[in-house]
Design a protein around this ligand. Structure first.
Ligand code: 6PG
Length: 476
């Protein structure tokens, strides 16, 4: 029997689906799981794909089943389990073998793991995989970080399983060590912002315009045919139109408003802050999830403070306002993506990755959770201007911002006056308004810093006088 092209450890939901995808695309794959039962069950249910799968019950058997240099995908819970699995594998591997962590790892762990293997003859790939269960089974977006040489060993298999946009596979080598997992983290940060902005718009429609879930679903359905066309808008329509099997009510009305989070959004924000890059829409989205999780505290606060005394939003032209909501969402989305790409540009310099922005936008066009038409437009914008300081100053996006930021301003002000929380939409607007303003207000901050701490400032006229006349002799 011929050896497997690749191995996979971890037959949980994501691992099983990825393994079936690999097998289905004609690649022979060896699989192993810590508990033998899961391996047996997986194999028993593999149907026609069994011929391509080598189920292994011991690590020795597993390693022997793969053609060297052996690429081994590890698809298990992020964190310590990955280190433990790597330690358990290491004694069985040989020079040139590649351990591939396909979970949602913190890229700093990936860098550490990559470095730790440097002189061992083994190598490590940190691979971001997006698209959830369905994506893993039928075509995810794959973001690879590691040596280019190790990528070449797995390129054929990964290309065969990746989602395709037209016929372009959504997989790429993005740079050394942590590049792939960093890009996946920012993908998730943007995902958080996208989801939060959609939720805020839903809130305006539900609480401001008093629309039912079904009616709001119709609105999202219509938007999905326009410029907002994307997977997240598509599933939002489906979510809003689905009925609860227990009560017959819209399921969305039966779901507790407490959002979970596993860490990638938070890491995006931490890394953005570390590098001094504003990612305010992503920050707002992460903070909104944290506020959402404090459900009991919010309920208690509502009793103490009450809701703002506005209630229903009265708009003279309802259809016009809904059109504004669509354009506002587009504008805010541009802000979030601009921030995400700016964070990646800074990280690329900081970590010496040379991240290819047009390629990143390209491999996000299909397969991943934030997939959309819009990403094709970003691909074009960055292909034309790969060194643009920010997405929003590229000609196409500058025009889109100018077209849509008025709607965002109207929507944010209407929501704020109506007492409806729109932190992510408002931060995108604040970002545009501060970023586009040549003369801001930090002169006051500089003066204050100089006043209380003699920190000094630069002058608009370039004169060589760096302290103010604060009366303490600083300006003498
Ligand atoms: C993806 C998703 C996936 C997962 C998130 C959810 O790209 O396929 O982002 O990675 O759904 O980890 O993250 P939270 O639990 O933090 O929302």
């Amino acid at each position: 029997m011929s050896q497997a092209e690749i191995g996979l450890i971890g037959l949980g939901v994501m691992g099983s689906n990825l393994a079936l995808n690999i097998a289905e695309k004609g690649n022979r794959i060896a699989v192993f799981n810590r508990t033998v039962d899961a391996t047996r069950k997986f194999y028993a249910e593999a149907g026609a794909l069994k011929d391509q799968i080598v189920p292994c019950e011991t690590i020795e058997e597993f390693v022997a089943a793969i053609r060297p240099p052996r690429p081994i995908i590890i698809m298990i819970k992020a964190g310590d389990p990955v280190d433990q699995q790597m330690e358990a594998l290491k004694p069985h591997l040989a020079k040139g073998d590649i351990m591939i962590d396909a979970g949602n790892a913190n890229f700093r762990d990936t860098m550490r793991r990559f470095d730790a293997l440097k002189d061992s003859g083994l190598t490590f790939i940190g691979m971001g995989v997006s698209g959830g269960e369905e994506g893993a089974r039928h075509g995810p977006s794959i973001m690879v970080g590691g040596t280019e040489e190790s990528y070449r060993r797995v390129e054929k298999v990964l290309t065969s399983i990746a989602a395709k946009y037209d016929s372009d596979p959504c997989v790429a080598w993005l740079g050394e060590n942590g590049a792939g997992h960093f890009v996946k983290t920012i993908h998730n940060g943007i995902e958080y912002a996208d989801m939060q902005m959609i939720a805020e718009i839903y809130g305006i429609l539900r609480d401001g315009l008093k629309m039912t879930a079904q009616e709001i679903g119709e609105v999202f359905g219509a938007w999905n045919k326009g410029r907002l066309n994307s997977y997240l808008i598509e599933i939002t329509e489906k979510v809003l139109k689905a009925a609860d099997p227990l009560t017959g009510k819209p399921i969305v009305d039966m779901i507790l408003d407490k959002a979970g989070q596993k860490g990638t959004g938070k890491w995006s924000v931490i890394e953005a802050q570390n590098m001094g890059v504003p990612a305010t829409a992503i920050e707002a989205a992460v903070a909104a999830r944290s506020i959402s999780s404090a459900k009991e505290e919010r309920e208690a606060a509502e009793k103490v403070l009450g809701l703002p005394p506005v209630g229903e939003i009265k708009v003279a032209d309802r259809d016009g306002f809904i059109k504004d909501l669509e354009n506002a969402l587009l504008a805010a989305k541009i802000g979030a993506y601009a921030q995400g790409f700016a964070v990646m540009a800074a990280a690329s310099k900081e970590f010496g990755w040379n991240l290819p922005m047009p390629t990143i936008a390209k491999i996000w066009r299909a397969g991943c959770i934030i997939r959309s038409q819009f990403l094709d437009e970003i691909t074009t914008a960055f292909t034309k201007a790969p060194d643009a300081a920010n997405l929003i100053v590229t000609p196409a996006f500058a025009a889109m911002v100018k077209e849509s930021d008025g709607a965002l301003r109207r929507v944010v002000s209407t929501a704020v006056l109506g007492g409806l929380p729109v932190p992510a939409l408002a931060s995108a607007l604040g970002y545009f308004d501060s970023y586009r303003r040549g003369r801001g207000t930090a002169n006051v901050i500089q003066a204050q810093r100089d006043f209380f701490g003699a920190h000094g400032f630069d002058r608009v006229d370039g004169a060589d006088s760096h302290h103010g006349p604060w009366g303490s002799g600083l300006n003498a």
